[in-house]
Design a protein around this ligand. Structure first.
Ligand code: ZN
Length: 475
C-alpha cells in the first residue's frame, strides 16, 4: 500500500513518492532553545517521529535532520523585538550560549523520555553562520535580497510563488499589515536575511558588517547543506506555515532556482483542557513536569500521538490515565505470550494465527497509509490484541510470532516497555527473593525488598500468577 499524505503546499492528499526510490530525506524545524520545550512542541516532534518510523516500517531508509535554533528567532514575526534566546539570557543573567546549552540538553532529555528516534544530525544555527552568509550573498546577487545600512532584506515581490504555501496573497497581507511600517523595507512583507543591531550579544562579521542571521535563513541554509537542494519532506507545527516556511521556500528556491521540498506536513495545535496553551494559564506542561506528577513516559507519548495530526488534540490528565490503561492492555498481552514463548518448541504456526497476524499488520499499515490515520491504526492494534487474547492453546512458536507482529507495530508506536536486559544480577536476585517472601506470606520482608529495589533505581511490577517484571525507575 502506498502512503498518502496531506501536503500543505498543494492542499491535497497526495501519494507519497520520494525523489530516490527507497530513500527519504526529511527535515524538521527543531526547537528554539530559550526555554523548556512543552507538550505542544513535542506533539509536533512526535508527528515527525511517527512519520519517520512509519516510513522505516515500510522499508524506506530515512535521513532526518532537525535544526537547533540558538540565535536569530525574534519575539515578533515582523523582524522586531528582542532575540528570544538573548532575552532569556538577560533575564537569567547568563551567556546566550549557556542558555542554548541548557535548553538543548533539556530538549534532548525529553526527546529520549518520549522515545523519539534521534535525528541523524542536529545542526546548530550558531555553527552554520558561514553557510547562511553564503546563501544571503547568492540571494543578493540574484536580486532577491537588498541591503539597507547593515541589514539585508528579502524582496517578496521578486518571488512569484510567495504566499503559495500559506495561501496568503501580498495584497491580503498588505491590507492586514500594521501601520508602523519599517521605513527601510521596500515592501511591508519583506523580511530580514541578516540583521544589524549593536545591542545584540551574539554577532558575526559579514560582507554587510557585524550582525546576525534572520531566523528563516537558518533552516534554508542548514537543510540544503545536509539534504541537498531538493528533498522529500519538511515538517513543522501549523504556526510555522507563515511566515517561517513561506520565507524558507522563497529563500531556498530563490537561491537554487529549483523546486525545494515536495511534501509539507504540519501538525495542528494542542489544546489543554479545551483551552489554548499559554504561560498565563500555567498549562505549558513540560515532559519532566508530567513525570513528576506521576505519569509514565510511554503514556505521555501514547497520549500525544493518539489523535490525528491535522486535528487539534485536547490534552487532559484523564487522557493520560486512559493512555496508561491502553498501554497496559498491550503489555499484558505481550507478557502472557512471552511466558508461553519461553518454552522450547518447534511446532508450526497455524494458518489461523498466520492469517490473524497478516490481517492485523495489513489493517495497521492501511490506516497509517491513509494520511497517518492513527485512530484507525490504534483501532486495528486493539482488535489484534483482543483476538490474540481469545486464542486458545497457543503454541510457543505461535506466541513468538504474535509477539513479533506486536513488536513490528511497536516499531512505529514506540510505547511497549522493553524487557530490561540491563537489570543487574543483584536486583534480579532481590526480586526472586521477594517472590518467595510473598509465597511464604512474609509481607514485611517482601515490602523491605521492594523498598531496597526502589532505592537502587528499579521497580518491581506484579503480574498475574505471582509473576513480576523489573523495570528501571522513570524520570
Ligand atoms: Zn525552520
Amino acid at each position: 500500500m502506498i502512503l498518502r499524505l496531506y501536503n500543505t503546499f498543494s492542499k491535497k492528499v497526495e501519494e507519497f513518492e520520494p525523489l530516490k526510490p527507497g530513500k527519504v530525506k526529511l527535515y524538521s524545524c527543531g526547537p528554539t532553545v530559550y526555554s523548556h520545550a512543552h507538550i505542544g512542541n513535542f506533539r509536533s516532534f512526535l508527528v515527525a517521529d511517527i512519520l519517520k518510523r512509519f516510513l522505516e516500517f515500510k522499508g524506506f531508509a530515512v535521513t532526518h535532520i532537525m535544526n537547533i535554533t540558538d540565535v536569530g528567532h525574534l519575539l515578533d514575526d515582523a523582524d522586531e523585538g528582542a532575540d528570544k534566546l538573548e532575552e532569556a539570557a538577560r533575564r537569567q543573567k547568563k551567556d546566550p550560549l549557556e542558555i542554548a546549552g541548557m535548553y538543548t540538553d533539556s530538549f534532548m532529555a525529553s526527546s529520549k523520555l518520549l522515545n523519539i528516534k534521534p535525528a541523524n544530525h542536529y545542526p546548530k544555527a550558531t555553527e552554520h553562520i558561514d553557510d547562511m552568509i553564503k546563501m544571503v550573498e547568492t540571494l543578493v546577487e540574484k536580486g532577491f535580497g537588498y541591503i539597507v545600512g547593515g541589514n539585508v532584506y528579502y524582496d517578496v515581490t521578486k518571488f512569484a510563488d510567495y504566499g503559495k504555501l500559506s495561501g496568503n496573497t501580498l495584497d491580503d497581507l498588505n491590507a492586514g499589515a500594521r501601520i508602523e511600517v519599517n521605513e527601510e523595507k521596500k515592501n511591508p512583507q519583506d523580511f530580514a536575511l541578516w540583521k544589524h543591531d549593536p545591542r545584540h550579544i551574539q554577532q558575526w562579521d559579514s560582507p554587510w558588517g557585524r550582525g546576525f542571521p534572520g531566523w528563516h535563513i537558518e533552516c534554508s541554509a542548514m537543510s540544503t547543506k545536509y539534504l541537498g537542494p531538493q528533498f522529500d519532506l519538511h515538517t513543522g507545527g501549523e504556526d510555522n506555515i507563515f511566515p517561517h516556511h513561506e520565507c524558507e521556500i522563497a529563500q531556498t528556491e530563490g537561491a537554487t532556482g529549483k523546486k525545494w521540498v515536495n511534501y509539507w506536513v504540519h501538525t495542528r495545535f494542542l489544546l489543554v483542557d479545551g483551552e489554548k496553551m499559554s504561560k498565563s494559564k500555567g498549562n505549558l506542561y513540560t515532559i519532566p513536569e508530567l513525570i513528576e506528577k506521576g505519569f509514565k513516559k510511554n503514556a505521555i507519548r501514547y497520549a500525544l500521538i493518539s489523535s490525528h495530526y491535522r486535528q487539534n488534540y485536547n490534552f487532559t490528565f484523564d487522557g493520560l490515565k486512559a493512555a496508561e490503561q491502553a498501554i497496559d492492555k498491550i503489555n499484558q498481552c505481550v507478557f502472557t505470550l512471552g511466558e508461553i514463548a519461553k518454552i522450547q518448541n518447534d511446532q508450526a504456526v497455524s494458518d489461523g494465527v498466520k492469517s490473524l497476524i497478516d490481517k492485523s499488520l495489513a489493517a495497521f499499515d492501511e490506516a497509517l497509509c491513509d494520511d497517518l490515520n492513527i485512530s484507525k491504526a490504534l483501532g486495528a492494534v486493539f482488535d489484534f490484541i483482543r483476538e490474540a487474547n481469545k486464542l486458545e492453546d497457543v503454541s510457543p512458536s505461535e506466541a513468538a510470532a504474535l509477539i513479533g507482529a506486536i513488536e513490528k507495530i511497536d516499531s512505529v508506536l514506540g510505547v511497549i516497555e522493553k524487557s530490561s536486559d540491563d537489570v543487574p544480577d543483584e536486583i534480579i536476585k532481590l526480586a526472586a527473593e521477594r517472590k518467595q517472601a510473598k509465597l511464604d506470606k512474609n509481607w514485611q520482608r517482601a515490602d523491605e525488598i521492594r523498598d531496597e529495589v526502589t532505592a537502587k533505581g528499579f521497580v518491581i511490577e506484579d503480574m498475574p500468577g505471582h509473576e513480576y517484571r523489573i523495570k528501571r525507575k522513570e524520570g
